[in-house]
Design a protein around this ligand. Structure first.
Ligand SMILES: *[C@@H]1O[C@H](CO)[C@@H](O)[C@H](O)[C@H]1NC(C)=O
Ligand SMILES: *[C@@H]1O[C@H](CO)[C@@H](O)[C@H](O)[C@H]1NC(C)=O
Ligand SMILES: [Zn+2]
Length: 330
């Protein structure tokens, strides 16, 4: 009996650290990205991330507006954790922020966010744009609400969406990042965690323009590399001071400082990258056209701006009513 109990304990003791700490992959040598496929079959798949986005090859689209819910809330009790690979920011209290719209079908609920960086400011992002690297990249991970959890969502091809944001250097510090860098100084050791000292708002750490983004189907960029991610890469970078990026390089894994934690780019294969441009851009231009600016056309233009891409029936209905209005005026 004692033997059984102790072997259960031994099993629990040896398995839990491996599963939760994931010490079986890294970014160099025999546990580096070239070897992930040996243990995780999916890492050799055909629709892997990250990729290089060639701007000349993207397909321009106008998708419905993305709705960011709870992004300007002040969130208390935000956890900052060094998991040995990166720093994770997690939210404890419900309701979590969520997103819908854009290329997404249904609501996606916030799971966690984390960062990828490089040894110095010349590289560190995962996706690249026209082969340009950025010094750091933020991944905000959301799971599809209908799957109820991240662990269930990763079993479905549309299970996750990741909002990716690039960083570029600025001479000035970004004040919204002060609480993050302060927290980093308390989690330099692997597997340590701290609660952020002030309420945290998602919107404060994001760039201003959230309308222009690239989107494509890909994978997790860490093992098990599951091909379950709808990627949204926002075009406008966030600007941070060198010292604010440097603070991330102080974090340690079990093997020393995490000087870099980005996966090299993967073949794009048969995939298409879509580039969303602001849908309102066109409708505002139409409103501004003095020839068109009659009292009857105004509400029609507005409505079109809000629904474009959502439903063709609406545009058809609007077209018909505008036509009717024009005929009436004549
Ligand atoms: C950045 O790191 C790379 C690789 O270690 C090195 O080749 C490059 O010279 C470094 N650049 C700067 C500006 O330090
Ligand atoms: C982390 O450490 C700094 C000192 O370096 C301290 O001022 C701060 O309050 C600590 N806690 C958090 C949650 O940032
Ligand atoms: Zn990531």
């Amino acid at each position: 009996m004692r033997l059984i109990i102790s072997s259960i304990f031994a099993l629990a003791f040896f398995q839990v650290p491996e599963l939760t700490r994931g010490e079986d992959f890294g970014y160099d040598g025999v546990i580096g990205p070239q070897h992930w496929g040996e243990r995780y079959r999916e890492c050799t798949g055909k629709h892997q991330s990250p990729i290089n986005i060639n701007v000349l090859r993207v397909k321009q689209v106008t998708l419905p507006e993305i709705v960011f819910i709870g992004f300007d809330d002040s969130i208390d009790g935000v956890h900052v954790t060094n998991n040995g690979h990166t720093v994770l920011i997690e939210v404890e209290n419900e309701p979590h922020p969520r997103v819908r719209g854009g290329p997404l079908d249904g609501d996606y609920v916030f799971s966690q966010m984390h960062f990828h960086w490089g040894d110095n400011d010349t590289f560190g992002s995962e996706d690249k744009i026209n082969h340009r690297s950025f010094p750091m990249e933020l991944h905000m991970v959301f799971y599809k609400e209908e799957y109820r959890s991240t662990s269930e969502a990763v079993k479905h091809p549309d299970g996750l969406t990741v909002l990716a944001f690039f960083y570029e250097l600025d001479r000035h510090e970004h004040p919204a990042y002060d609480d993050i860098t302060l927290a980093l100084s308390n989690v330099t050791e692997p597997y340590t965690s701290v609660i952020m000292s002030h309420p945290f708002s998602f919107l404060n750490i994001l760039p201003y323009d959230l309308r222009r983004y690239f989107t494509y189907r890909g994978s997790l960029t860490t093992p098990p590399c599951s091909e379950v991610v709808i990627w949204l890469d926002f075009e406008q970078p966030v600007r941070l001071a060198h010292d604010q990026i440097e603070a991330f390089r102080e974090l340690k894994s079990a093997h020393g400082k995490i000087t870099h934690n980005f996966r090299p780019i993967q073949p794009i294969g048969d995939r298409v990258v879509f580039y969303n441009i602001d849908s309102n851009y066109f409708s505002y231009n139409e409103i501004d056209d003095p020839e068109e600016q009659t009292t009857t056309s105004r509400p029609y233009r507005r409505r079109k701006g809000h629904n474009s891409g959502h439903s063709n029936q609406w545009s058809l209905l609007c077209c018909l009513s505008a036509l009717l209005a024009i005929i009436c005026c004549l």
